[in-house]
Design a protein. Structure first.
Length: 429
């Protein structure tokens, strides 16, 4: 057998569009996101039910509280990343997150009916889910070259979808025995378990991954000041465009999220049925997404480039929001929500993270985290109040959906521009 034949993809490699020496990294990345998403999604139905229980009309305040919480997290993370070696950054951050979950579990045991504790939990989980996932994708952008990312990010992201499917199942099977505090403890254990694939990915990077310069070496802190992520964004038209893309994505998502909360509140009278409805939507979304991520995303990107990942869903949302404006019923909403979330997880999210494969380490770990948390939650907060204001003009939900469709059209145009820029950068690299 020749050397070229030894490197030629075999059965499993060909199935997932990976080279033989990439399989271990794909498996480790898959496991990382499976554990992270299972940890989060087992708590998501509880979070959503708490949001509805606090009053749908109060959700804009919860979004605002989430945004304000990111104002604390972003500089803290900036301080941490400027002092901790890159190879130790994720273990330190994920251990801290697990510790906060244990703290909330203790609080729920001590005061199970505390309304403010429930609100704090809603806000904290809403911040942590973006923070934790952003760090994971920063690692992916750090270890894979642009060409590898196009082929492999879809398969890696499938671990997130499988975790998102397993999380609600774990929650449903165990909540009766361990209660909500027990779910938080299990979630913390899964978070800590994710450190094993992180170590495996860092070891693979040293053998096969993207080459590191001396300043980008994993055993060095990223450096910079605590607000470096923000200053990097302000100075870069590329990152400003990406921030606008994320704000519009968050705006469309928020419009649909608030409409979902409104229709679920009108359709289902009790909290148990509401939680079941949220969980059923999660299961449908994750099941469809897994198939697309494993068998479609990598091949689609390799053939058509990142641009198609960034524009397909916004274009579909123009039609979906227009349909909701004409017929705001729960079945129509479920169809649009499933389409949006499947498209975001299977196409938009991998495409968005691929945009960071052509930038330096500080941008990957600092600017990306600011975009994924501060910018995203800022878009959430602003769009929640815009939705509330537009809904008060007299046409109700219909006018909100029309405004959302217009924003989706602008979102598609920006995604097209970003995809074209990235493809040109990747060709040069």
């Amino acid at each position: 057998m020749t050397a070229s034949e030894a490197r030629r993809p075999g059965g499993f490699s060909r199935l997932i569009a990976a080279e033989p020496d990439e399989i271990s990294a794909v498996v480790a990345g898959f496991l990382l996101f499976f554990l992270l998403f299972a940890s989060y999604f087992m708590l998501r139905p509880v979070r959503e039910t708490m949001g509805v229980a606090g009053g749908v009309e109060n959700l804009p305040w919860m979004f605002t509280g989430t945004f304000l919480a990111t104002l604390v997290i972003v500089p803290f993370y900036g301080w941490l990343s400027s002092r901790v070696q890159r190879r130790r950054l994720l273990p330190a951050a994920y251990s801290f997150v697990a510790l906060t979950l244990v703290g909330f579990a203790a609080g729920m045991i001590a005061s199970p009916a505390d309304v403010w504790l429930g609100r704090a939990f809603y806000i904290w989980i809403s911040v942590l889910n973006l923070f934790v996932f952003s760090l994971g994708w920063s690692l992916m952008a750090d270890i894979f070259r642009p060409e590898q990312a196009k082929r492999l990010f879809g398969q890696v992201a499938a671990g997130a979808s499988l975790g998102g499917l397993a999380g609600p199942l774990i929650s449903g099977l165990s909540v009766g025995a361990v209660g909500e505090p027990g779910l938080l403890i299990i979630s913390a254990v899964l978070m800590l378990a994710s450190l094993a694939p992180v170590r495996a990915l860092l070891a693979w990077r040293e053998r096969h991954g993207a080459p590191a310069t001396q300043s980008d070496a994993p055993d060095r802190p990223i450096g910079g000041n605590i607000f470096a992520g923000l200053t990097l964004i302000v100075r870069s038209p590329y990152l400003l465009g990406l921030s606008a893309f994320v704000v519009l994505l968050a705006s469309v998502n928020t419009f649909l999220y608030l409409e979902q909360a409104r229709l679920v509140d009108l359709t289902f009278a009790d909290r148990a049925r509401q939680t079941q409805a949220f969980a059923a939507i999660d299961v449908a979304v994750q099941s469809l997404t897994i198939f697309i991520q494993i068998f479609v995303t990598g091949r689609l990107t390799k053939k058509l480039g990142v641009t198609v990942l960034l524009t397909a869903v916004p274009v579909l949302m123009v039609a979906g929001l227009g349909l909701l404006a004409a017929a705001a019923t729960f079945p129509v909403l479920v169809g649009v929500m499933v389409l949006r979330r499947v498209g975001e997880y299977a196409l938009v999210k991998p495409g968005r993270d691929m945009l960071f494969t052509t930038v330096d380490a500080e941008t990957k770990y600092k600017a990306k985290n600011v975009v994924d948390t501060f910018v995203y939650r800022g878009g959430d907060a602003i769009s929640a109040w815009v939705s509330k204001a537009v809904g008060g003009l007299g046409m109700g939900a219909a006018l909100v959906m029309i405004v959302g469709a217009v924003l989706a059209a602008v979102w598609a145009a920006i995604g097209y521009g970003l995809g074209r820029i990235h493809d040109r950068r990747a060709e040069r690299a």
